[in-house]
Design a protein around this ligand. Structure first.
Ligand code: SF4
Length: 356
């Protein structure tokens, strides 16, 4: 298997990169779209970025919003016709709580569009699991608790919630599909001393990869660093141990647990990734990215409530330049490093390109 988390994937879409600047009179389809089909969730995680008050993400989210079935099928038709390469379903809420997800992934399975989902894994069973297993590209299950008791304390779930998710994942792997199944362990102060045992159990049931990531408690990198300070060294050591003992070709360990930058300030004035990886919310708004989803003041690109996605996307390129990262994005940004690479490529002096 090649590199899954490389920042260089976009360079396989060179025509798209060259179309990005405002000065180019062309709009190409996004490569990847995140769709938030519903804002309803069957878990209640204390740190959920969409439900805590101190994070800008999700501040305008309405829990009861979900994309109507017919509108979702229209969006899928548009995405297929536009040549979008992939869709990831994510929250707002839990994508597997969306009542029409089975119809949607069945339809996607008949197109060239690749699909994936973030999920809590609690509803990963039945026909939906089968369609994902055989036609999806990847699933990533978020976890925090290491047994039934701790899992329900994190998520407010019923007694056997941890056991059920572990069984769902084990059964999913037994379907022998091509879909890659990963787990993201969200690390906070309570589970820091349990990530080794959790990773060991995940490897034992045949999970393909584990990503270890910090629980973000604030828009401020400094405050998140302070929160993680008492456990930081311990978690770093556990990750080295997990990688050394379990990491191999069948079980990838992806270390995403690191210090957040002291500030999240950006120095660039436009965001390439808005046109590369866009977000459609359950409120039928299109947002600049997943870090600004449900932030209408700073992240809204427009609405597709009364128009088709394809018509919205290909009209008026100015909408992609509403967000000025140097002013609006002084917070965590999943695309920051990728934006910088694309901007460096685009800003290379044309007269000097030949002097490689
Ligand atoms: S710079 Fe980052 S946070 Fe800002 S709009 Fe772009 S992807 Fe979103």
């Amino acid at each position: 298997m090649g590199l899954l988390y490389t920042r260089m994937k976009i360079f396989h879409f060179k025509e798209k990169i060259d179309s990005l600047p405002a000065s180019v009179d062309k709009i190409l389809a996004p490569v990847h779209i995140r769709i938030k089909p519903t804002n309803t969730c069957n878990h209640n995680c204390w740190y959920c970025a969409y439900r805590t008050d101190n994070l800008q993400l999700g501040k305008d989210m309405v829990v009861k919003d979900r994309i109507p079935r017919e509108k979702m099928l229209e969006i899928i038709d548009d995405i297929d016709e536009m040549g979008v390469k992939s869709i990831t379903f994510s929250g707002g809420g839990e994508p597997f709580c969306y009542p029409y997800l089975l119809d949607v992934v069945r339809k996607l399975s008949r197109t060239q569009v690749k699909f994936a989902s973030l999920t809590n894994g609690s509803l990963l069973n039945g026909e939906l699991a089968e369609v994902f297993a055989h036609n999806g590209t990847w699933l990533r299950v978020s976890m925090d608790g290491w047994d039934d008791e701790s899992y329900s304390a994190y998520r407010g779930t019923k007694d056997k919630g941890f056991t059920e998710v572990m069984e769902n994942m084990e059964d999913f792997k037994k379907l022998n599909g091509k879909c890659y199944l990963g787990v993201c362990i969200i690390v906070d102060r309570k589970n820091a001393s349990h990530i080794y045992e959790l990773a060991k159990r995940l490897k034992g049931i045949g999970i393909d990869s584990v990503k270890i990531a910090p629980c973000l408690v604030s828009n401020s990198g400094r405050e998140s660093n302070e929160y993680h300070k008492p456990i930081f060294q311990q978690v770093r050591e556990e990750i080295v141990r997990i990688t050394g003992e379990f990491g191999d070709k069948e079980f990838e360990v992806f270390d995403s647990y690191h210090s957040q930058l002291e500030t999240f300030e950006k120095e660039y004035n436009w965001c390439p990734y808005i046109q590369i990886l866009s977000v459609i919310g359950a409120d039928l708004n299109v947002y600049s990215c997943q870090d600004k989803a449900y932030n209408i003041k700073e992240g809204l690109i427009g609405s597709i409530k009364n128009m088709r996605f394809k018509d919205f996307w290909f009209s008026d390129k100015n909408k992609f330049f509403k967000v000025d990262p140097s002013i609006h994005c002084a917070h965590h940004c999943v695309a920051d490093a990728k934006n910088k690479i694309v901007l460096e490529y685009l800003n290379a002096d044309r007269e000097h390109l030949a002097f490689v």
